[in-house]
Design a protein around this ligand. Sequence first.
Ligand code: ZN
Length: 97
Amino acid sequence: MIKIEREKNTVGVMIKFYCMKKHKRKNPLCKECSELLEYARERLENCPYGENKKSCKRCTSPCYAQEKRERIRQVMGYSGPRMLYYKPLEWMDHLFK
Ligand SMILES: [Zn+2]
């Protein structure tokens, strides 16, 4: 799978996991989480580095708005460690920490 696609997938899985556990939702996601997901996907699609992108953490032109960034970080912080039980995450240190 290409990089951007993989990241989109990853972020989607994490947000879904977060919403399921934290907000007790399954499908669809709550409004807040689906908006966040939508936003994250859009940002990835518009990443100026495209397929050459490095970690968003190390990116020199961070594209997430401050407030969204915080929320993504919360989601990652919550879902990341818990999801380790479900599948190995080779991208763990790649994403927001
Ligand atoms: Zn939610």
